[in-house]
Structure formats: C-alpha cells, structure tokens
Design a protein around this ligand. Structure first.
Ligand code: CTP
Length: 408
C-alpha cells in the first residue's frame, strides 16, 4: 500500500518511545521506506539497534555526524513524504514551537515543508500546563497537525489525559495523508478567508465576526491533498503555501484578480463587507456636540459575482451566511451570484459558524441542493466540501480514462 513512500518518524525522550517500535513495523508491513530520527534522550527508552533493525535504515541522532557532504537535516527533509513525531515530549514541542533547532530532530522539523503529524505524550499536569497548551496552539496555527493524547492510565501511575494516542490512529492518519496527497495535485486553488476591515479613520473600522477558520481549514485540506494553494486572508497566518494578507474588500478584490487567470478554482469563504466608508478620515474623527452623526457608505465590489461573470474554465465557489430562511436565500443567492457551488451556513446558531470550530452546511449547485453536511469540526467539513466539489470531476475523469481504454 505504501511502496515508494517514505515516512520519517521522529522519536523524543518519553516512555511511550517503546511503542514506536510497533509503529515502525506497521509502516514496514505496508512496504513504506521508514527513516527514524531520535533525540539523544529517546535512547534512554529504546535502543538505536532496535530501531535500526526494525526500520532497516541508519537511525539519525547526532546532527554533526555527517556521512557525506549533504547536510543531514536537509536530506532527511527532502527524502520523506510525511513526518510523524511520536511521542512528542513537552520539551520537543516547546523547542519546535519556538524555532529552536538544537538537535537533529528539531533541525529537520524546521526544514520540513511537507505535512507533519505530532502525537504528544506526557504526564496529565504537564499536558494541562498553560504554557504547553499555548505551544500546542502555536503549532496548530503554523499548520502542524496534533494527534491529541488520550485519557487513561499513565506511566507515572496516575489517571488522566496525556497518554500517546493509539498507534492505529497515528498509522491511519499518516496513510490518509500519503494517499490523499495526490487527489488535487496539479490544481491551483485560490481561497479567501476572514472578515474584511473597512477603515473609517486611523482608529476605527467596520468589520464582522468572521474568524477565517473555515477558509483556513479549506486551504489546509486542499494543500494536504496536493493542490497549489493561495490563501488570501485578513487574518495573520503563516503556512507552507502562499498566503496573501489583505485588509479591505478592495485589497481582496485586487489579490483575487491577480491570481484568478491561472487558478483552477476560487473559493470565496471570506466575509466581505458589502459597504465601506465613502471617505476615510485622515485624522481621528472628534466627538461633536450632536447626538447623532451620519456615516456615508459606498458599495464594495461583489468579488464573487464579478469573477463568476468572467470565469472561463475556473470553478467558482461562494459561501452564504444567513441568519434566517437559509435554504430559500441560498437558492436565490446562487442564481444572483452565478457561481458553480454555494456553501450555505446558518449564522444564527452559536454552536456552528463564525467563530466556532464547528460548522454545518448545505451545498447547492445551480440545479438545487447537492448535499447537507452534518455538524462537524471545520477541518472535517473542509475535506467533505472538497470531496463534493472535486469528487464528481474525478469520477468523470475515471470514466473518460475507462472509455479511452476500451475505445468507446
Ligand atoms: N461576497 C463577495 N463580495 C462582496 C460580498 C460578498 O465576494 N462584496 C461573497 C462572499 O465571499 C461569499 C458570498 O459572496 O462567498 C456571499 O456572501 P454573503 O455575505 O452571504 O452575501 P451578500 O452578497 O453580501 O448578500 P447579503 O449580505 O445581502 O446576504
């Protein structure tokens, strides 16, 4: 199943290191090439010889033990398709989150551009420590995928959360990443995210509650499936793909237009302000003796409508945030905007939508409702949305291939 794939396993110094021997075997059974890097402390729990025999490869530990002229951290990073750090100790997590590269493992991580899975394991009090949680959040923000530790009996004798998640979970997620990588390769997908910010004066602006999480989840999912991703966002974010930071609707329009011609699809997940201040005051507006003031607004360009009108081969996908009559408004909106798909969500619910990590959406095409996706984490919904948008296309491609093969 994994012939031709290289899985790089990073082991740091925790008791769960012994379990990784079995994880290596699971990948080897599927014909993967397994490379292993240990922190020096990991060798307190498992021997180099064991890991070497199981992986059938030299095990990397020391950064400066260079067998040839290639810098080790670069060659490991170039060779592997995916990296799994398990167990990831609080110390190694802290180093990665802060850009510290003081051993081979942490140096390789900083040079690694492909997906990295991190499976933490530690004592429950350590796991719940605010600083460690902040480091975990930081890693998530930079695109590392965290396989959360589980609750159970810990090596230190207590019950709690901190146990390495199951090897099956690490294995299955790694295989999923390796196999899904190709699905969107060769496609350039442009995604917008976040709420636009329309200045009124140097200290005030008009905006909305959009967190940008749905757009970011779509960008991450598309990237992990091999797409060339361009994320145009109002939120500060760093990723392994191209990110264009914008502020206003006009900035976003410029950025979308500059990427549009070479794109295969554009997904407008951003909450674009419909109006902006007619005049942006150069200085802070002062309070007057009047009880009311009038702020003049002008309409922003409707980016989705514009690109839908000039698209040629591109697929254009819009989002539709509604606080009432979701289905009826979505049906009308897809006709009005002229896009290929519209993803509708109900923003009146506090358990999904705007700043939540969850969403529940209904997908429409021009002929009506295509699919309802039940409430789930935005990361999961993102994968399902891409499946709907590109699933049919893949089936068509397969049918075409089959048709050519039998010359029909
Ligand atoms: N959109 C856009 N440009 C705008 C406003 C919205 O490109 N000026 C896009 C959004 O990114 C989203 C879709 O249009 O993909 C629908 O946004 P929504 O706010 O639901 O609809 P509006 O067009 O703003 O209509 P209304 O506010 O009346 O519901």
């Amino acid at each position: 199943m994994l012939s031709g794939k290289t899985v790089l396993i990073g082991i740091s110094g925790g008791i769960a290191a012994y379990k990784i021997c079995e994880l290596i075997r699971m990948f080897k059974r599927q014909n993967a090439n397994v490379r292993v890097i240990c922190t020096p402390n990991a060798l307190n729990f498992v021997t180099k010889l064991t890991l070497q025999n199981l992986s059938q490869n030299e095990v990397g530990i020391e950064e400066f033990e260079i067998p040839d002229f290639k810098p080790e951290h670069i060659s490991y990073a170039d060779e592997a398709d995916v990296m799994v750090i398990a167990p990831a100790t609080a110390n190694t997590i802290g180093k990665i989150a802060n850009g510290i590269c003081d051993n081979l493992l942490t140096s390789v991580v900083s040079a690694f551009k492909k997906p990295i899975l991190i499976a933490p394991a530690m004592n429950c009090n350590m796991w719940q420590n605010g600083i460690i949680q902040e480091n975990i959040e930081k890693l998530r923000k930079y695109g590392y995928e965290i396989l959360e530790p589980e609750t159970g009996f810990l090596a230190c004798g207590t019950e709690g959360v901190g146990r390495l998640c199951s090897l099956e979970k690490i294995f299955e997620r790694t295989v999923e990443i390796l196999n899904s990588k190709k699905k969107l390769s060769g496609k350039k997908i442009v995604i917008t995210a976040g709420g636009t910010i329309e200045n009124i004066d140097p200290v005030r602006y008009i905006s909305n509650y959009s967190s940008g999480k749905m757009g970011l989840a779509l960008a991450d999912a598309a990237f992990s499936q091999g797409a060339e991703v361009v994320l145009i966002t109002t939120v500060d974010i760093t990723r392994g793909y191209k990110v264009i930071k914008v502020k206003s609707a006009l900035d976003m329009q410029l950025a979308v237009n500059s990427e549009f011609d070479t794109a295969d699809s554009v997904i407008m997940a951003a909450a674009v302000a419909d109006y902006r201040a007619k005049n942006i005051a150069g200085q802070k507006m002062k309070k007057t003796s009047e009880n009311e003031i009038t702020l003049e607004l002008v309409k922003n360009p409707d980016i989705l409508k514009e690109i839908s009108a000039r698209k040629t081969t591109q697929k254009v996908i819009g989002f539709c945030a509604e606080s009432e009559n979701l289905i009826q408004n979505a049906r009308e909106k897809i006709q009005k905007k002229g896009c290929d798909f519209l993803i509708a969500n109900d923003i009146s619910r506090s358990d999904i939508g705007f700043s939540s990590d969850y969403n529940e959406v209904v997908i429409f095409d021009k002929n009506g409702m295509v699919k309802r996706l039940e409430r789930a984490e935005k990361t999961k919904i993102a994968g399902q949305i891409l499946e709907v948008i590109y699933g049919q296309e893949r089936t068509d491609e397969k049918n075409r291939e089959l048709c050519t093969a039998v010359s029909c």
